[in-house]
Write a protein that binds this ligand. Structure first.
Ligand SMILES: Cc1cc2nc3c(=O)[nH]c(=O)nc-3n(C[C@H](O)[C@H](O)[C@H](O)COP(=O)(O)O)c2cc1C
Length: 161
């Protein structure tokens, strides 16, 4: 049996264009992918989570973390990582890049012989990098039907559905 993992990083709190949210935009897309592909899910969480809850300080914090090329330690590990043949990695676009904890995650495992697909949520500059799939964060947050449709199209294109 093929096994699929969806690993993602996402924030709640104040977020651009959607106000105060209790479930992160990327986490909504991660759930859709996981439910459609019957995947296990792993949230990439930072051990010493000092990310501000407000958008403006978060922007500054993330900028410094990127400038420092930091590798924040993440909570826990994926059990039996070897058993997964497909791994989806999701994150919000932060400063035109992946948040640094996603680098920590990617550098912590051996992805050889696995199919790896990346997805991101963003507010205007998605798809300019190397993601396989990009969607507006506010669409993820506010338009479930459109999000499901876009994810479905993508998964069919990949041939995983
Ligand atoms: C620190 C930070 C930096 C961001 N930088 C960008 C950016 O460069 N381009 C963009 O389109 N959106 C940017 N955004 C918006 C997020 O990508 C977008 O709101 C995303 O959907 C948030 O996902 P989340 O709720 O899963 O954390 C940024 C947001 C934050 C908090």
């Amino acid at each position: 049996m093929a096994k699929t993992l969806v690993a993602y990083f996402s924030r709640c709190g104040e977020q651009y264009g959607v106000g105060d949210i209790t479930k992160g935009n990327t986490s909504i897309i991660a759930d859709i992918i996981a439910s459609k592909t019957s995947a296990d899910i792993f949230e990439i969480k930072v051990l010493n989570d000092n990310y501000p809850n407000r958008y403006t300080p978060l922007i500054q914090f993330a900028k410094q973390e990127k400038q420092a090329n930091a590798r924040p330690e993440i909570v826990g590990t994926v059990q039996n990582f070897d058993e997964y043949d497909t791994v989806f990695i999701g994150y919000p676009n932060w400063w035109g890049d992946m948040p640094m904890p996603v680098y920590t995650f990617k550098e912590s495992y051996d992805f050889s012989n696995k199919k790896v697909y990346t997805f991101c949520t963003h507010e205007g500059s998605g798809g300019v990098h190397k993601e396989d799939f990009a969607i507006y964060g506010h669409t993820a947050q506010n338009d479930k039907i459109e999000s499901e449709k876009k994810v479905d199209e993508w998964l069919h294109k990949l041939g995983v559905l």
